[in-house]
Design a protein around this ligand. Sequence first.
Ligand code: GLN
Length: 513
Amino acid sequence: MAETILVVDFGGQYNQLIARRVRECHVYSEIVSYTKAMEAIREKKPAGIIFTGGPNSVYLEDSPSISTEVFELGIPVLGICYGSQLMMHLLGGHVCVAPEREYGKTEVNVDTKSKLFQGVSEKTICWMSHNDYIEKAAPGFTISAYTTNCPVAAMEWPERNLYAVQFHPEVLHTQEGTKMLSNFVYNVCGCKGEWTMDSFVEKSIEAIRAKVGDGKVLCALSGGVDSSVAAVMLAKAVGKQLTCVFVDHGLLRKNESEEVCSVFGPEGPYDLNFICVDARQRFYDKLKGVEEPEKKRKIIGEEFIRVFEEEAKKIGTVDFLVQGTIYPDVVESGAGGESTVIKSHHNVGGLPDYVDFKEIIEPLRDLFKDEVRNAGRQLGIPEYLVSRQPFPGPGLAIRIIGEVTEEKIKMVQDADAIWREEIAAAGEDKNLGQYFAALTNMRSVGVMGDERTYDYAVALRAVTTTDFMTAEPAYLPWDLIAKVTSRIVNEVPHINRVMYDCTGKPPATIEFE
Ligand code: GLN
């Protein structure tokens, strides 16, 4: 079995980050709830175990815990924050409310002779977030780090491979955190670092081939990163046994439909059956006169399924349906870790109910988003598809306030294309989580070439975010915004005003509707 670091989740908010950081060190990592941890450890035989942080206090009854057997298995354990407190609590140390809570970037003095802190600076900035503290480490442990307010900031029992840190090495504010995690997986757990995207891609293709046999596979291609990478992986594995259906609902970004068709269509490099359904008019007809956001979303979702279903019927029975589910979807739908169910995940709203198939294939189920992109690069998918930003299923319909018309779609497509082009030219794209143009339903008076105009206002949006749960408006250079404004009013007919959205999430959402 591939070497794995198992992250035992005690409800910490950074649990996914821990697994991501470990994988960045080229070691595969999975998250498991503390309630299922011992079973998972027996089954997966991990090379190392990491306990996450968590909101509870270890000394209170009913707080999440784990059997002390975990320390007897000879498998290295690293406790982080709650995890470190739990380790001490279970092994005879003393945890209580700290006289001084620590929150934020904190200077930590570390013992660089520790295997965990090899190559780390003696004074290093770490991220702290705790109200409780370890007053006394458990017998057998030596203290390997401290801060002004926290006498036990890290502790270890090297002979038994037990390590614990009060701070959060997984958070980027901990300047040498990745180094520490890398020290844990390599120096302590002895991992070899076999988790690379090229080996993942190669193994997945073989596994898919074995599973599919000579069966028929159907994939709904949206043009987004996940479905594109999944489709190419399937195409490489089973070629013509795969049919991809791409529904052009006429609400895509400028040139997007052409881009998808040029990659997956007959001119493209892959040997698969590709069906592009031009359903633009159908969607426009359905959306006529509809102004309410939720209604628009519903109409588009339902119509999408209907179109897809019609195409699927033409193909007849299929054996497998491909879905682009990725690891955060798995964790967030409650299957991976301990964090509460944020959303139940349906990749393409309710599809499985409508299509006749035997089994779902989810080739990206184990990957984080950045890994999906890397797998895509590995598969030779063009960069403009691989680095695409998230795009909502209902597309531009929810970036046009009020009624959707063809004329408005054209406006928002053109304005958005200019915005994206200039952001990329200024090199700002790498710093942004998401950016797009939206058409407000507002018309206002302007003057152009000495003539009065009464035209639309476009809103430019750009946010920074790490997880899309919260977001901040991006502080973009004024020059860039000015240039884009001038280009939009000059190049896009019927737009005479440009605004920049300065709102974060919350209180706004990233999208407009
Ligand atoms: N609840 C514990 C404390 O306040 C642990 C916090 C954490 O894991 N971030 O100390």
